[in-house]
Design a protein around this ligand. Structure first.
Ligand SMILES: Cc1cc2nc3c(=O)[nH]c(=O)nc-3n(C[C@H](O)[C@H](O)[C@H](O)COP(=O)(O)O)c2cc1C
Length: 329
């Protein structure tokens, strides 16, 4: 097997970008790929299939419009507990040329969980079993699943895994936290390891891989790993995947160029609301700078495009970069 240059990670390991609602949509994917090189695969933030018409409306339609995803390997993600809605959406995705559809069983948001969707679906394994049976059998394109390992404690995973093992899932992406953890605490690597051992289908890992050392430690512990999904790590360090592939860290000029392209693309898409979209990005991107708190303060209160541009100018002109851009919870 060939290793990536100077890394423990085998060259065949797939790196994908995590779905992050409000952040890693089509604009981010395209600009990031242009500036730092494409990842092997991308997952759209969750889309909620409509009950009528052709399943997707408004923003969701832009998200999956093939013209917005050209040249990238994109897997649309659906959030639903209704098999008919899932299948209708999967059929339209297949018609658009998508080769896989992903089911969200991880979203921890209170409103989603209360409706029995996302990680809330893990509470109701009998229904989940029937649902997976229907969608895996009837979907015109293979179904992958992104899951948490339970709602309140990891003891639930025993039955959850048994449920998954009964179905023809093309890949299971495990974020080894329970819903109640949100994004806190250490991901339970051992539940991923157990899934790898027991599942007949490919298993991917997601959670808290923020730097090269995190990834090296992970693949040393689980050398059979074939796919790692990166989320906040890429937002804090947009060059993370490039560095994993043996490339260099982002320079100030590259970061500025990336920022300006991203902001420009959001301005084209949503006008002045681009400022709010960028502030969400800065929540993670501030860790590229030596003093994330100072960056946070610089953008926190801005509302108007002009104020925002002035704040960004101050950040890029005056604030030193961190020695290592790394997300910190
Ligand atoms: C703001 C935000 C939005 C997210 N949106 C989604 C989503 O739409 N679908 C999904 O499966 N996971 C979503 N996630 C979870 C991420 O995909 C990922 O599982 C999580 O960030 C852990 O990976 P990381 O430690 O590499 O960031 C979201 C996470 C955050 C912080």
């Amino acid at each position: 097997m060939t290793k990536r240059p100077n890394r423990e990670v085998d060259a065949s390991v797939i790196l994908s970008l995590a779905p992050m609602e409000g952040i890693t949509g089509h604009v981010f994917r395209r600009v990031h790929a242009e500036c730092f090189g494409a990842l092997d695969r991308y997952y759209t933030p969750f889309l909620t299939p409509l009950k009528v018409g052709d399943s997707f409306g408004g923003r969701d339609r832009d998200e999956i419009d093939p013209a917005n995803n050209r040249g990238l390997d994109v897997v649309p993600q659906l959030l639903t507990k209704d098999a008919d809605d899932f299948l209708r959406a999967a059929r339209s995705l297949a018609d658009m040329g998508y080769k896989e559809v992903n089911l969200n069983l991880g979203c921890p948001s209170g409103t989603v969980v209360a409706k029995g969707k996302g990680s809330g679906f893990l509470r109701n394994l009998e229904d989940l079993d029937v649902f997976l049976g229907e969608i895996c059998e009837k979907s015109p394109i293979p179904v992958s699943v992104k899951t948490r390992i339970g709602v309140t404690d990891d003891g639930e995973y025993e039955q959850i895994l048994k449920t998954f093992l009964r179905h023809n899932i093309v890949e299971l992406i495990v974020h080894p936290r329970v819903q109640k953890d949100r994004y806190e605490g250490k991901p339970r690597w051992e539940t991923y390891g157990r899934t790898l051992r027991e599942a007949p289908f490919p298993v991917a890992y997601n959670g808290d891989v923020f730097c090269l050392a995190d990834l090296d430690a992970f693949v040393q512990a689980y050398p059979e790993t074939h796919h790692v999904m990166l989320g906040r790590g890429i937002l804090a360090n947009p060059a993370l995947a490039r560095m994993i592939n043996g490339g260099s860290a982002a320079t100030r000029e590259e970061l500025r160029y990336f920022h300006d392209k991203l902001f420009g693309a959001y301005l084209d898409e949503m006008g002045g609301n681009a400022v709010f979209r960028m502030k969400e990005w800065w929540f993670y991107a501030k860790f590229a700078f030596a003093e994330p708190l100072a960056v946070h303060r610089a953008v926190r209160k801005v509302r108007k495009v002009g104020e925002y541009e002035a704040a960004v100018e101050r950040i890029f002109c005056n604030m030193p970069l961190a020695e290592q851009a790394i997300f910190r919870a």
